[in-house]
Write a protein that binds this ligand. Structure first.
Ligand code: PMV
Length: 336
């Protein structure tokens, strides 16, 4: 019987430090209980051929395709959406094949409850879940650090040189502080957040590139802004560590300042600003964009009094609101 392996990994939200993290400042990210799931099985490999195949079923995108892993011509004939969805899987398979010197064809079925292109790390969750499934299928014993590193290779194909925060959070789960390529887990209290999705898809690579452009053009102006973001994150870390006496008001104010600085480096958008302002107007303790910006999601810090009013206000502005909790678990493997 064909062995089928299932694995999943969570979404993430960045509380503080996006963009600044690319310049070596800390960021705080937390895993959410929205997950990407993959189901994978090996397809019989033609031993006389050097070709290997990916048979991908991605129902969220209406994609069901068999494609040669290294067949560039076939790849070029795909639609842009197909390319975007399929490319990271191909990248990951190639990395596995090269690193572990093994040729294999694989069927992968992927489903996800994570909104795509919204700054919640959906691609990293898929890559981490796929790395986890492939390692089990191929009988390769990988540490979490190796799973995360392999997923990072696929992330690079999509996002250029991302900081690595997405794949790290998707692998380890819970809360973590990420700085200069390494991370430390942080025990987080249950933070009362509402996530509002503008529904505007954006590309992390372009937004990171725009900040880089501004930074290089106006180094003396933009560097101090990024440095201030770093200070905000450090301040937030010390608030969050004071779990017994969590100063939500201060945390909210820091979110507001952080949003202003992110706007200053050009990564907010009209839609994000509308949601951020609506949330504040209806009682949120603070609100900011999260992730790369340009669209995607914002987060609002709420309390019992403002929970419903903020949710309603965001919904009235046509945002999808996501009520979710911290996921303590990162990459998971299921037996089937
Ligand atoms: O929007 P996301 O989830 O891709 O987050 C991007 C976070 C950035 O700091 C802007 C980029 C990065 O690689 O860390």
């Amino acid at each position: 019987m064909t062995k089928v392996v299932q694995a999943s990994a969570p979404a993430k939200v960045i509380l503080f430090g996006e963009h600044a993290v690319v310049y070596g400042y800390p960021a705080i990210a937390v895993a959410l209980n929205l997950r990407a799931k993959v189901s994978a099985s090996l397809i019989e490999q033609n031993t006389s051929s050097n070709d290997s195949y990916l048979y991908l079923i991605a129902k969220d995108y209406n994609i069901e395709r068999k494609i040669g892993v290294s067949n560039q011509e076939e790849f070029q004939r795909l639609t842009n959406t197909e390319k975007k969805v399929i490319e990271p899987f191909l990248a990951l398979i190639k990395v596995f094949q090269q690193k572990f010197e093994t040729l294999f064809s694989v069927k992968i079925e992927v489903t996800s409850s994570i909104p795509k292109g919204a700054g919640l790390g959906s691609s990293a969750a898929v890559s981490v879940a796929t790395s986890t499934a492939l390692s089990e299928l191929l009988g390769i014993d990988l540490s979490l650090a190796e799973i995360s590193a392999l997923a990072y290779e696929a992330e690079k194909v999509l996002h250029g040189t991302p900081s690595g925060i997405d794949n790290t959070t998707a692998t380890y789960g819970a809360g973590l502080i990420y700085e200069k390529g390494s991370f430390t887990p942080i025990e987080l209290p249950e933070i009362p957040l509402i996530i509002g999705n503008t529904g505007v898809e954006r590309q992390t690579r372009k937004l990171v590139g725009y900040v880089r452009y501004l930074h290089d053009k106006y180094p003396e102006i933009v560097s101090p802004i990024l440095e201030q973001m770093g200070k905000i994150t450090r301040e937030a870390i010390s608030i969050l560590k004071n779990n017994d006496n969590l100063d939500l008001q201060r945390l909210g104010e820091l979110m507001n300042i952080n949003h202003g600085l992110l706007s200053a480096v050009g990564v907010s958008s009209l839609e994000l600003d509308v949601l951020v302002n609506e949330a504040r107007k209806h009682g949120a303790l603070g609100a900011k964009l999260t992730g790369a910006g340009g669209g995607g999601c914002m987060i609002a810090l709420i309390d019992d009094n403002s929970k419903e009013t903020v949710k309603r206000a965001l919904t009235e502005k046509k945002a999808e609101t996501i009520a979710t909790h911290i996921a303590t678990k990162g990459a998971l493997l299921y037996d089937s």
